[in-house]
Design a protein around this ligand. Structure first.
Ligand code: ACO
Length: 228
């Protein structure tokens, strides 16, 4: 696959086995367009068994991680285009959940800024999440007159306490990164100037471990979580 042809996503291979995948629409705060969904499906399929990739880091270009679904391109523009809407929704689900949550290598969300609405799905699909202290998180759907749809409701009910999930989903109140770490939405928040170094240090330590063991741990933990 020629990563240079991507328009809404960027892929950078670091020398130590870490591959950085960047959602790359900074002018739209990395809101997810259909094109971004299609490209991410291709990128994750390509990297899953890529020999040079031992750890995957997901981040955003500019000062935002991901501003959720692109309200215009993913919703409004597809209202009267059932086939395009169907394909975009399939791709949207495929990369953010089917491919990312089962990605056969460790994944780290490196949250460099805004994380809103639908972005919570890929946040939870990643195994680890480290944010900059100045990142802002929000379940803003209520302010658009919609519910936290798709898998957002599922991941917040699985990942947060009932009280916190209901609070943030019904108030739409944004939270800063320290609060997000306090309620365990993310692992930790660090000064913005340290975000990359802290993420890369975690990636480097994971890259030294037995990849098959990590794969098995990840698979089994995600599997048992849903067992009765
Ligand atoms: N969908 C479409 N366009 C978006 C989105 C989005 N989710 N988020 C930002 N943009 C666009 C803006 O329309 C604007 O476009 P323009 O320059 O053509 O006018 C551009 O990105 C920059 O946005 P600003 O609001 O000017 O940037 P700012 O840095 O001031 O604020 C912020 C960033 C806080 C992320 C703000 O854009 C925002 O609140 N966005 C909506 C976030 C949201 O509620 N997402 C959930 C959507 S619902 C869902 O995911 C199911």
């Amino acid at each position: 696959m020629d990563f240079n042809k991507l328009q809404a996503v960027k892929v950078d291979r670091e020398h130590d086995g870490t591959t950085i995948v960047t959602l790359n629409r900074p002018e739209k705060r990395n809101a997810m367009s259909p094109q971004m969904h299609f490209e991410m499906v291709d990128v994750l399929k390509e990297l899953a068994e890529d020999r040079e990739t031992r750890v995957l880091v997901l981040t955003g270009a500019g000062d935002s991680w991901c501003a959720g679904q692109d309200i215009k391109l993913f919703f409004r523009d597809l209202d009267d285009k059932p086939k395009e809407r169907y394909l975009a929704r399939l791709a949207n689900h495929e990369w953010r959940w089917t491919l990312l949550s089962t990605f056969p290598k460790p994944t780290i969300a490196m949250v460099n800024g805004y994380c809103f609405g639908g972005a919570f799905v890929q946040l939870y699909a990643c195994d680890f999440a480290i944010a900059a202290d100045n990142a802002t998180f929000g379940l803003s759907e209520v302010n658009w007159g919609i519910l936290p749809g798709g898998l957002v409701g599922k991941v917040i009910m699985d990942g947060l306490s009932y009280r916190d999930a209901v609070w943030y989903a019904m108030t739409g109140e944004p939270m800063d990164a320290k609060t997000a770490a306090g309620i365990r939405l993310i692992n930790k928040s660090v000064p913005p100037e340290n975000l990359r170094a802290e993420t890369m240090a975690l990636a480097a330590s994971l890259a030294k471990k037995n990849p098959q063991t990590l794969r098995t741990i990840k698979e089994s933990l995600r599997f048992v979580r849903g067992m009765s």
